[in-house]
Structures are given as structure tokens and as C-alpha cells.
Design a protein around this ligand. Sequence first.
Ligand code: ASP
Length: 323
Amino acid sequence: MKSILLIHTGGTISMQVQADTGAVVPAENNPLILEGEKLKQFANIIEIEAFNLPSPHITPKEMFKLKQIIEQYMREQTIDGVVITHGTDTLEETAYFLDLTLNTSIPVVITGAMRSSNEIGSDGLYNLVSAIKVACSEEAQDKGVLVVLNDEIHTAENVTKTHASNVSTFQSPQYGPIGFISKSIVHFHHTPLHRTVLPIEEISQRVALFKVYAGMEPDLLAASIQLGYSGIVLEGLGQGNVPPSLTPIIDEILKKEIPIVIVSRCFNGIAQDVYGYLGGGKGLKDLGVMFANGLNGQKARLALLVALHNTNPRDAMSKIFSV
Ligand code: ASP
């Protein structure tokens, strides 16, 4: 039987609805921990509770702590796979951070739930069992961090939360899932082509993320520099364009050696240096703006954050972004 490290971090999967108020709140005792007996049939489970946080409370510091916990267990024990339970709001960010920074070939699978433990149709225990099955699968090796919910297997790089409340919220726009789970099998039908892993020893810097909009003025970008941010990600328009009002401040920021990455605010597609008008992607690239190769804004922000902590940030950035 495989040994799976099961790490709880909180989220709806560990919450309950209060009968009197109807509010969904963290449970005093994590309801998942009471399910140990049911999980035993699938794997030898080593279970720890790293945090009990709603995922909007998770920051890159908790993501980094999770990486350290996983590495510590991998050093000290024989672990065949890792399963993490997590709130769904920022699940994709933790998944991508670990994907980018954990150097391991064993399966690391993150799951969560859209309905808390005592709600009708609760999907928590079901998703947890699915995640354990995937973590035990030989085929899940070497695929980077995987996200498993609602019978689907997604890569951390492509998955995103697409619906505020539906249980099929996790989707990989353009690419789709790379596998599925049925009653009796875990089936992979695709495999990711490449993966970049970067080392990180601490989290001390800050990267800001802005959604670009029609008529956006330059003052917010200027303020982020005065506030000491070390890098900026822009969710640009269409294929990676900004209003002309932003180009002087972008130029000024880049001249201060503060990197700027652009992604598309569109749900599908990849930002590129296509347009030659003022504010268009071509001019931005000439100024030194980098393009994020299809990452969404929140993941590009983490990628830039990790790269900035590298001993050679420019080299690290060139491995993730188009420069
Ligand atoms: N707000 C919750 C969280 O992310 C949502 C969930 O877990 O589904 O913690």
C-alpha cells in the first residue's frame, strides 16, 4: 500500500454551516480528520494539519511553508505522494507556487470542496478520496502539481476557478483536464510537455497585479513604485495592450530595473507583441515588458515573485516569460 502525506490547510472542505446563522465557518475540529477510517482502505495516510485557514487568508508565506513541510517529510520518511486540502478561492495559486518550486517527481495533488462538510451534496470527502487515488497512481508521477476536483485532473499551470459556486468550477481554459477519475480507474489522457522548477529560499519581496481597463490612468502604477513593490504584473487588454496613458510610466518603471510582466485579461489566448500603435504589445516589448506565455494574472504574479528571489532573477525570468 502506498504512503500518502495528507496535509490540511483549511477552506470550505474543512468548514461547516452554522445552524443558527447559516454562515459557513471553519470547524473547531477539522471534520476531515474524523474520516481517517474511510481513507485507510486507499493508502497508508500520514495526516497533518498545517493550518486551518480560509484560502483568502493564505499568502505566499503559507505557500512557502507548505513547500518546506513537504520537503521535510520527503527527506525524513518514505512518501509515495502528497495530497493537500485547501480552500478553493486561492487553490490555483498555491498549486502553481508548489508546481514552480517543488523539485520532485512524486505526485502532489491539491483538492478542495465547494460545499462544506455538513451541507447536502457535500463534495469534500469525495474529492479527497479522488485526490488520494490520483496520488497513488503510477501515471501521476512527473506531471507536476495536479488539481483534482469533481472527477477531473488538471495541471496547476492551466487550471483556474471559473464559477463562484458550482462544483465543476475548476477548468483549464483552452487545454481541458489531463485526466479523469471514475469509480474504478484513474485515467490520464494527456501529459504536460515541459515544466520549469525554480529554487526559492525565502519570501521577502512584493509583486503587484493590476487589471488594465479602458481609460486607466498612470497614478496607480506610479504609486506601486513609491510603495516599494519589486515587480508588476499587468492583466492587459486583448493580445497584450494598454491605453497610451500608461506607456510613459511603464517606461519609467522599467528604467528603474523594476520588471513588468503582461498577461491578457481575456480568459483564453496568450498575450503577444502584435500591435504597433501607442500602448500596443510591440512597443511594450521594445520597452522591456515581458510576456507570460498564457499564465493568468495571479499565477504570473507568483512566477515573477519566485523569479525575483532567485540569485539571478533575469535568468529565472527568461525561463518562465518571453523576454
Ligand atoms: N472561501 C472558501 C475558501 O477558499 C471557498 C472554498 O474553500 O471553496 O476558503
